[in-house]
Design a protein around this ligand. Structure first.
Ligand SMILES: [Zn+2]
Length: 258
């Protein structure tokens, strides 16, 4: 990375110094001075370049981290995220505040992921198809372990979204998946063996359609899977002490290990 010039910045009274740090990094990105995967200057250097305290730099970096723009790596500094990812906290916060329902989440997933599956059938690379095959195999192996099953389930959907070849769709699916995971892991242990067997089969059908480059079949299989999964999750939630899926008020999840 070239040493960034100090960008022209708005008068200090308008923004807090945290916002100045965010604006500074945005400016570096806009001017092409940093790219995905690049390391940012140290806190000390940033403080000097921006003209704010190191505490402000840290606050600004925390804000950028919450947006998914940067990542800290222990011992090696702060980097611009190399893959687009919206941090899930903001959506999770909104979900808690406005009481997103399970039905709304599945509806959002259908809108995004049915289209993604169709595109994946057209565009998936051999590597992505091989990764999907691995995830399907893992789903069948993890039938007795609902939480690990859930991890492979989420990974499968992430690969499909990535294979759509559209990073905007990939990012949105990732964000909604994180929210989904957060909720689903509270109920996943209630999943019956039959549900998990059906789910594993559904993923295999999606995979086979993508491998066959059959976009219609991939969309249909993804649609059917998400409709079925929504129905199963509603049953799981009904057997968990706190009713989770239909609440309109903020969630206070039962503490369960995940
Ligand atoms: Zn799934």
């Amino acid at each position: 990375m070239r040493t960034p010039q100090r960008p022209g910045r708005p008068a200090r009274h308008a923004d807090g110094s945290t916002a100045q740090v965010v604006a500074f990094v945005r400016d570096l990105i806009d001017r092409g001075l940093v790219r995905p995967g690049n390391r940012l200057p140290t806190e000390r250097t940033l403080a000097v370049q921006i003209g704010v305290s190191r505490a402000s730099v840290r606050a600004g970096l925390r804000a950028l981290g919450a947006m998914g723009i940067i990542r800290s790596r222990q011992g090696s500094g702060t980097f611009i995220s190399d893959a687009p990812s919206l941090a899930s906290e903001p959506l999770s916060f909104l979900a808690a505040l406005h009481g997103f329902t399970g039905e709304q989440m599945y509806e959002a997933r259908r809108v995004l992921e049915v289209g993604a599956a169709g595109l994946a059938a057209e565009r998936a690379t051999p590597d992505q198809i091989a990764s999907l095959a691995d995830e399907v195999a893992s789903l069948f192996e993890r039938m007795g372990d609902p939480l690990r099953f859930l991890n492979h389930d989420i990974t499968f959907h992430r690969i499909v979204a990535e294979a759509s070849g559209n990073p905007i769709i990939g990012t949105l699916v990732e964000t909604v998946s994180a929210l989904y995971y957060e909720r689903r892991r509270r109920t996943a242990e209630q999943a019956s063996d039959r549900d998990l067997m059906d789910a594993a089969e559904a993923h295999r059908r999606i995979y086979q359609a993508i491998r066959a480059h059959d976009a219609d079949a991939a969309r249909r299989a993804m649609h059917d899977h998400l409709v079925q999964a929504a129905a199963y999750q509603a049953q799981e939630a009904a057997s968990v002490p706190h009713r989770i899926t239909k609440r309109k008020t903020p969630d206070h999840p039962p503490k369960r290990s995940a």
